[in-house]
Ligand binder design. Structure first.
Ligand SMILES: [Zn+2]
Length: 83
């Protein structure tokens, strides 16, 4: 008699564990990961042509920004201005 009771108890415990694992797997499947979105980037306006560009790519000259097309090459010491 005790063997039957032990067997039934083991079956019940196994069924409870299995249903709990299934429930956790189902809950994990329903909890979808949030979509990956790139963080917003600051945009600035070129003061020469008005083009919107990424602030990381713009050259800042005081409060003004310029795009790559309107950036003047950096002045080096010893360079003579060309006529
Ligand atoms: Zn520009």
């Amino acid at each position: 008699m005790s063997k039957w009771l032990l067997t039934v108890g083991l079956v019940v415990v196994a069924w409870l564990l299995w249903s709990r694992l299934r429930g956790n797997a189902r809950a994990a499947r329903h909890k979808a990961a949030p979509p990956r979105v790139a963080p917003p980037r600051a945009m600035v306006r070129c003061h020469v042509c008005g083009a919107q560009l990424d602030a990381a790519l713009a050259r800042r000259d005081g409060p003004l920004y310029t795009c790559a097309e309107h950036q003047s090459p950096p002045a080096h010491e010893g360079d003579t201005p060309r006529p």
